[in-house]
Design a protein around this ligand. Structure first.
Ligand code: SF4
Length: 176
């Protein structure tokens, strides 16, 4: 029988949600039995494949690059999961929203820098005016809150999703 395909994507987040994914420990082997992991920062695949069954998206949509990526991921994914508080609410990346992009970049790259101050427009993806939760940009099917979501929550949600069920996230909390 063909296994469902699973992807994970990292937008503007600290990678803590992916670290919690790894905290499933030996249950990762069970997930690998239940699904083909076809794209993730944890594996060496460069291009997001077509027809992905389940994708966990960590992080807010903060840059032009994030925007391009999440639209492509949405087009190619059956069940899209907002994975963690940054994806669900913008959380930490959203703290820059009241500041504005220009003052933010000047503060970070000019005012607080003593050696070669300057804003790197060519090598850093351009920021969007605000960091947005994923569902403000594309349709999201399932929300997994937590900063990060616990390994237990991720495991139980994945088992349900890979078996075609909507996970019960009643006990899930924002933050910790
Ligand atoms: S939700 Fe928390 S752990 Fe996950 S990316 Fe955001 S800050 Fe990091």
């Amino acid at each position: 029988m063909t296994k469902p395909t699973l992807a994970t994507v990292w937008l503007d987040g600290c990678s803590g949600c992916h670290m919690s994914f790894l905290d499933m420990d030996e249950r990762l082997l069970e997930i690998a039995e239940r699904a083909d992991i076809v794209y993730s920062p944890l594996i060496d695949v460069k291009e997001y494949p077509t027809a992905v069954d389940v994708c966990l998206v960590e992080g807010a949509v903060s840059s032009e690059e994030d925007l391009h990526k999440i639209k492509l991921v949405r087009e190619r994914t059956r069940t899209l999961v907002s994975f963690g508080d940054c994806a669900v609410t913008a959380n930490v990346p959203g703290m820059r929203n009241p500041i504005g992009v220009k003052p933010l970049l000047e503060r970070a790259y000019i005012e607080n820098v003593t050696l070669n101050p300057g804003i790197a427009f060519t090598v850093v993806p351009a920021l969007l005016p605000t960091a947005r939760p994923v569902h403000r940009v594309v349709k999201v099917d399932v929300f997994l809150p937590g900063c990060p979501p616990s390994a237990d929550l991720i495991y139980h949600a994945l088992v349900d999703l890979l078996e075609g069920r909507v996970p019960d996230t009643t006990g899930a909390r924002f933050g910790r």
